[in-house]
Write a protein that binds this ligand. Structure first.
Ligand code: G6Q
Length: 548
């Protein structure tokens, strides 16, 4: 396809049907949709892999679901899904397979990619990780001076950090409490300084996590970690072997850094960074919760993979959520999507999802390079409830923008304290109810509100949301939740016909900064050839540094 040829999406019959259907639905209020269809709240729900999705509070009818399903069919979502599971190179711009689903396939399965059984490779690595994690957790693996490891510091960034941090925080309840886990990602020295503060080098293990082992931030932090470690261990190079392990696909660079490749845990180019928390990149997670719990997490991922592969589209949680995102983004013009986990342990989940969703679907061309003439990935954001309610929910309730929301709640708390959990969950139900149904002027008046204040207190309602419920936040559930969003992202990408698995915008950032470093550090005033703004900023910084 030539660059100026329009992509196919808008000319699909289901798209046209959705456009005319949209005009009808847009005019309807969720109050009426519920009033005219008393079974709606029980019908527009789906269950899979232990998760319950109530999508009835969305601005849709049964016809919308049917038409969106038709669109998925016309866009070949199922064929593309099968191509992913078969190991085809669906990441076209990098000519790679996309096989994070193989990371959680059970041991007895096999998946041949270019003649190699990748499931066998995955389990060999999991076994090595498991043996290592057990040695560290039991105290058998000791540091250079013979002390057991009490602190684990994961050094990585982006996909090599967000998953590990999120999973550690999410599963803290199941973690080895006598051990401390910290995460260093930012090249800002403050991150390293604060993350290692108070730790004893004799008891500290660094896990250097980097797919490429060339990322500026991670390698800078890794070198600083080595200096910190050696400084605390009498400067003996031999200490590195006991205090550093690597997670990478690049054995050569790992060896160059000085880490014994015996202490390297590998993964493969078909695992994208933001899809890697269940690969060896999850080593810190395994050290925290142990190999058996890690296996439970993988089983959760796999259960959702199977659901995604087998459930009919209209009952398929990730497909439904993906299609609803397309519906709001491309028909209602919604720009963002809020995700609100009502569980404090999931406080890093929105940040994790930001990378998963926005790095995957923040794309402006289709697979064959045509510029899209529709919107792609939404802006994802969020905070745990109930905290968000006391700040930005105001705009969702009464602002002028449409913000579809995902509420995530659990039947049982990991910390059942008095009435806390009932209060927490009452807020999940109350918020989605208030967003959908609002408060009419009549209702506000009936509360005795002074007439001039009535408009201020009216809630228009008709604000859509999904409610996702699970039994309890445990490793299995976390796996299902992450896979739910992974496959929702996949579904959206397949509808939009984009490559959800490359990240050229991120690569650009990696290259640009490298060019400026010598200009900041040169002794002589460098010849600057940027634009006038960048030149002036660089000069200003150099001047400030000279004055130090
Ligand atoms: C993820 C991205 C990106 C990547 C980091 C770290 O999908 O590619 O976030 O994970 O840039 O890369 P390394 O693991 O190679 O250090």
């Amino acid at each position: 396809m030539s660059e100026d040829e329009a992509p196919a999406l808008r000319s699909r019959p289901a798209w046209a049907a959705l456009e005319s259907h949209f005009a009808e639905v847009e005019a309807r209020h969720l109050r009426d949709l519920f009033a005219s269809d008393p079974q709606r709240g029980e019908r527009l729900v789906a269950d899979g892999a232990g998760l319950h999705l109530d999508f009835s509070k969305n601005r849709i009818t049964d016809e919308t679901v049917m038409l969106l399903g038709q669109l998925a069919g016309e866009c070949g979502v199922e064929e593309r899904r099968e191509a992913m599971f078969a190991g085809e190179h669906i990441n076209v711009s990098e000519d790679r397979a996309v096989l994070h689903v193989a990371l959680r396939m059970p041991r007895q399965r096999s998946l041949l990619v270019d003649g190699v059984d990748v499931v066998k490779q995955v389990h060999e690595t999991l076994d090595r990780m498991g043996a290592f994690a057990e040695r560290v957790r039991s105290g058998e693996w000791t540091g250079h001076t013979g002390k057991p490891i009490r602190n684990v510091v994961n050094v990585g960034i982006g996909g090599s950090d967000l998953g590990p941090v999120m999973a550690y925080e999410a599963l803290r309840h199941f973690s080895r409490r006598e051990m401390t886990f910290r995460f260093v990602s930012n090249v800002d020295g403050t991150d390293f300084a604060e993350s290692t503060r108070g730790l004893d080098p004799e008891e500290t293990l660094f896990v250097i996590s980097s797919k490429t082992f060339t990322t500026l931030e991670t390698m800078t932090n890794a070198r600083t970690a080595r200096e910190w470690s050696l400084a605390g261990l009498g400067g003996e190079e031999a200490a590195v072997a006991k205090h550093f392990v690597a997670v990478s696909t690049n054995a050569e660079e790992v060896a160059k850094f000085g880490i014994d490749v015996e202490n390297m845990f590998g993964f493969w180019e078909w695992v994208g960074g933001r899809y890697s928390m269940d690969s060896a990149i999850g080593l810190s997670t395994m050290l925290a919760i142990g190999p058996a719990r890690f296996a439970e997490m993988l089983a959760g991922f796999h259960a959702m993979d199977e659901h995604f592969r087998e459930a009919p589209l209209a009952e398929n949680l990730p497909v439904l959520m993906g299609l609803l995102s397309v519906w709001y983004g491309d028909f209602f013009g919604a720009q963002t999507c809020g995700v609100f986990p009502y569980d404090q342990y999931l406080h890093r989940f929105p940040a994790y999802l930001q990378q998963l969703t926005m790095e995957s679907n923040g794309k402006h061309v289709t697979l064959d390079g045509a510029h899209v003439d529709y919107d792609t990935g939404a802006i994802f954001w969020g905070e745990p409830g109930t905290n968000g309610q006391h700040s930005f929910y105001q705009l969702i309730h009464q602002g002028t923008r449409l913000i579809p929301c995902d509420f995530i709640g659990f039947m049982h708390s990991n910390n059942p304290l008095g009435r806390h959990h009932d209060l927490l969950m009452s807020n999940v139900f109350a918020q989605s109810e208030a967003l959908a149904f609002g408060k009419t002027p009549e209702q506000v008046r009936a509360e005795g509100t002074a007439e001039e204040v009535v408009p201020h207190r009216v809630m228009e309602g008709n604000r859509p949301s999904n409610t996702i419920l699970a039994e309890r936040l445990d490793p299995h559930t976390l796996g299902t939740l992450v896979a739910l969003y992974e496959h929702s992202v996949f579904t959206q990408g397949a509808i939009w016909g984009i490559d959800s698995f490359d990240q050229w915008g991120v690569e650009l950032g990696k290259a640009l900064a490298v060019a400026i470093i010598p200009e900041l550090q040169a002794d002589e005033e460098p010849e600057l050839a940027h634009d006038s703004s960048t030149n002036a900023l660089i000069r200003r910084y150099r001047q400030a540094r000279r004055a130090e």
